[in-house]
Design a protein around this ligand. Structure first.
Ligand code: ADP
Ligand code: MG
Length: 380
């Protein structure tokens, strides 16, 4: 979709800000550019929509040299989000979301439909459309900011440290949400950050830059496993758990893929029998399509036994879960912070695919301290 061939940028009277970039980005990829301040990330990004023009080399968008395209038309195909452009306080949420579609002269019906559709993607109802930013929580306002980037439905979106100014918790949840949206909408994203955690969480592939050059361009997994040089190692960070044991990164690699489950129509007596047989004190409840709906444990059953006979009457629906691909490091933090015994793992459609228990995690941590580094962790 996007190809850089020998692209360099020399600002007047200076050394090369960007030096001989060569890479290719596929459609639907989430690419993160990362590197120390001044390494050329913003310059690289701005050359894509011609806010800056390369001194040497060629950039192709869908096979076409962007220098042969009309810059206005080029920019219409490309969404662009820079660090925290806040919402406009005197505009409604709809007007804020529809900023670019309005500039592109979409009909007002089409604008409204799109705004509604986008709100529903982040589980917000259409009645937010007529509200003003100050009526929304900080987190909701940030969500609207992200939706604005998606509003005109451009296939390629450039984002320059869009979450840079957020507090860690809002940032974390927005990252998760944005990644989900990107997958769903199949957008190609070029995203600049200086935060390695953010890069690992979001990227399909990461471009690590230093002094205007690409030091490594690879999947997060590969970068953690085989950092190209000391600079990359340093940049990844020494205290990262996944670096201690680089081949363990996501919950998929350590989860137990066969958690003990029941369906809601099972009786409490039967449930207790299963728990005893399988030696567990809690059961995950799934529907006939293996969608995770909740859990039950001895304590809940014990409390409600006199008034109920089936699981569906006592099921606890509030439970913390993670999606496949979640980093082990993040999961450990959550488990410790919330005092959880285990965390179910679901796919993007909420189908149960496994469970990570404290024991799984303890194994990982101990193995990374005492293990010989070669033995694979069993999925039990
Ligand atoms: P990053 O986004 O990685 O921090 P930039 O792309 O902004 O890096 O900058 C790369 C290099 O180019 C830096 O040395 C910076 O000082 C220089 N630079 C950026 N913009 C300009 C400009 N308009 N004129 C001159 N030098 C610039
Ligand atoms: Mg920058």
């Amino acid at each position: 979709m996007l190809t850089f061939e020998h692209v360099s940028k020399i600002y007047k009277g200076q050394k090369r800000a960007v030096d001989d970039l060569n890479f290719q980005i596929e459609k639907g990829e989430f690419i993160v550019l990362i590197g120390p301040s001044g390494c050329g990330k913003t310059t690289t990004m701005k050359m894509i929509n011609r806010l800056i023009e390369p001194t040497e080399g060629t950039i192709f968008l869908n096979g076409e040299n962007i220098m042969h395209m009309d810059p206005v038309k080029l920019r219409r195909q490309i969404g662009y989000v820079i660090q925290q452009i806040g919402l406009f306080p005197h505009m409604t949420i709809e007007q804020n979301i529809s900023l670019v579609p309005r500039l592109l002269k979409w009909s007002s019906d089409k604008q409204r439909e799109r705004a509604k559709e986008l709100l529903s993607l982040v589980d917000m109802t259409p009645d937010y459309l007529n509200r003003y930013p100050n009526e929304l929580s900080g987190g909701q306002q940030q969500r609207i900011g992200v939706l604005r980037a998606l509003a005109a439905d451009q296939p390629l979106i450039l984002m320059d440290e869009p979450f840079g100014a957020l507090d860690p918790i809002t940032r974390d949840s927005l990252q998760t949400e944005f990644k989900k949206l990107q997958r769903k909408l199949k957008k190609t994203i070029v995203f600049v950050t200086h935060d390695m955690d953010e890069a690992i969480k979001l990227a399909d592939r990461i471009v690590i830059m230093k002094d205007g050059r690409v030091v490594q361009f690879d999947t997060p997994d590969e970068i953690l496993r085989n950092p190209a040089n000391e600079f990359v190692e340093e940049f990844i960070g020494k205290e990262r758990l996944s670096q201690v044991r680089p081949h363990i990164q996501t919950v998929d690699q350590i989860m137990n893929p066969a958690p003990v489950t029941v369906t809601p129509n099972v009786s409490l007596t039967e449930a207790i029998k299963i728990m005893k047989q399988r030696r567990v004190d809690s059961l995950l409840v799934v529907d006939q399509n293996n969608m995770l709906v909740g859990y039950i444990d001895f304590e809940i059953i014990d409390q409600k036994r006199s008034k109920a006979s089936k699981i569906e009457e006592v099921i606890e629906k509030e439970l913390f879960k993670v999606e496949t691909g979640t980093l082990v490091r993040d999961t450990i933090q959550t488990i410790l912070k919330r005092g959880l015994k285990y965390v179910p793992v679901v796919d993007a459609e909420n189908r149960l695919v496994g469970i990570v228990t404290r024991t799984n995690l303890v194994d990982v941590v101990y193995d990374s301290i005492w293990g010989d580094g070669d033995s694979e962790i069993k999925a039990q």
